[in-house]
Every structure is written in structure tokens, then in C-alpha cells.
Design a protein around this ligand. Structure first.
Ligand SMILES: [Fe+2]
Ligand SMILES: [Fe+2]
Length: 195
């Protein structure tokens, strides 16, 4: 099958391209934001900054869990917490990058970070509590990111695609935490019976 590009014929479509190029040059100072940007830029930036705060809180919570789970005979789980922390950091970077592309300012201010975040920071005392808290936070992220994706709709496909990718990753995280919760829960019950 030939690609669509090689099959393109000259015609009105080309005029459109020229018009698009002309406008792109004219508004070059606006960076990646095109003059016909369909989204409500202010709201989109606000929503993306909330997602950024959510990711940063998740980084901190997973890091805390990584270091405090270490004393417990659970090396594999501590490593999984670390892996998640790194992935949340990557999400935060992607979102911050998109905010700057849209001409906004990524908010990294620690003041008010928890208020801006959708997910919570709960330390948890036992391994089981940590996993449960992480699962709750993942579910919150899944809910609110789905909402953001619905809001963006066709108005900002680039931001929407980014959020869809991140959402898929959060769904994997939630699944992993659910599996861990089951395994650790079973192990603890067995331990109680033996003890
Ligand atoms: Fe994330
Ligand atoms: Fe996550």
C-alpha cells in the first residue's frame, strides 16, 4: 500500500499548506501554539499543571515507599516502588515540557503542591498499607486523567495524546499494585496462621 503522502495530488490542498505555512511564520513568536488553537489555553495550562503536581506527589510517595520498604524482606517490592517513582518522574517531565510548548509556566513550587495534586501523599506504616495507598493514588490519577482527556477532546490533540499515553501507564501501575496487594495480603495471612 502506498503512503498517503506520495498519492497526494496538486490542488486546493496545496493552497491550504501555503496558508498554514504563512500563518506559522507570522505567529512564530507564539511557539507551538497556533492562532487557531482550539483549546481554552488558560484552562488547559491550569489542568496540565494539576496533572504535573499529581505526578510530583506520586514521585515523592513512591520514593518514600521505596526507602522505607527496604528493611522488610521485600526487596522486589521496594524495587517496584522505585521503578514507579522513575516512571512518574518521566510523566512529570513530559507534562512540564508540554506546558512550556504551550507558552505556559510549569509550576514546581513546593508550596501548594498537595493542594494542586489530585493524588494524596500517604506514607503508610506497613508494606500492605503502602501498596494500598499507591493503588488508591493510581486510581485517582486514572479518574482525573480520563476526565482531562475528555475535556481536551479534539481541541488539543497533542496534549490529549500525551495524557492518553500517561493514562495507559497509570493503568499498568494500578494493575501491578493490585497484584502486589493480593500477594502480600495472602503472605501476611499465612504468616499470622503460622505464628
Ligand atoms: Fe504518572
Ligand atoms: Fe502511576
Amino acid at each position: 500500500m502506498k503512503s498517503g503522502v506520495s498519492q497526494q495530488k496538486k490542488g486546493p490542498f496545496l493552497t491550504d499548506i501555503e496558508e498554514i505555512r504563512r500563518r506559522a511564520r507570522k505567529h512564530i513568536e507564539n511557539g507551538a501554539v497556533m492562532p487557531d488553537y482550539q483549546g481554552d489555553l488558560k484552562t488547559v495550562l491550569c489542568v496540565l499543571n494539576e496533572a504535573l503536581a499529581t505526578e510530583l506527589i506520586c514521585v515523592l510517595r513512591y520514593k518514600r515507599h521505596h526507602y522505607t520498604a527496604k528493611g522488610i524482606p521485600s526487596q522486589g517490592i521496594a524495587e517496584e516502588f522505585l521503578e514507579h517513582a522513575q516512571e512518574e518522574q518521566r510523566h512529570a517531565d513530559q507534562i512540564a515540557e508540554r506546558i512550556t510548548q504551550l507558552g505556559g509556566e510549569p509550576n514546581f513550587n513546593p508550596e501548594g503542591l498537595l493542594t494542586r495534586s489530585h493524588s494524596e501523599y500517604v506514607e503508610g506504616e506497613t508494606l500492605l498499607e503502602m501498596i494500598r495507598e499507591d493503588l488508591i493514588a493510581e486510581r485517582v490519577a486514572i479518574e482525573s486523567y480520563s476526565e482531562i482527556i475528555r475535556y481536551l477532546g479534539d481541541s488539543d490533540p497533542t496534549s490529549r495524546r500525551m495524557m492518553e499515553e500517561i493514562l495507559a501507564n497509570e493503568e499498568e501501575h494500578a494493575e501491578e499494585m493490585e497484584t502486589l496487594l493480593e500477594t502480600v495480603g495472602k503472605e501476611e495471612k499465612q504468616y499470622e496462621r503460622q505464628g
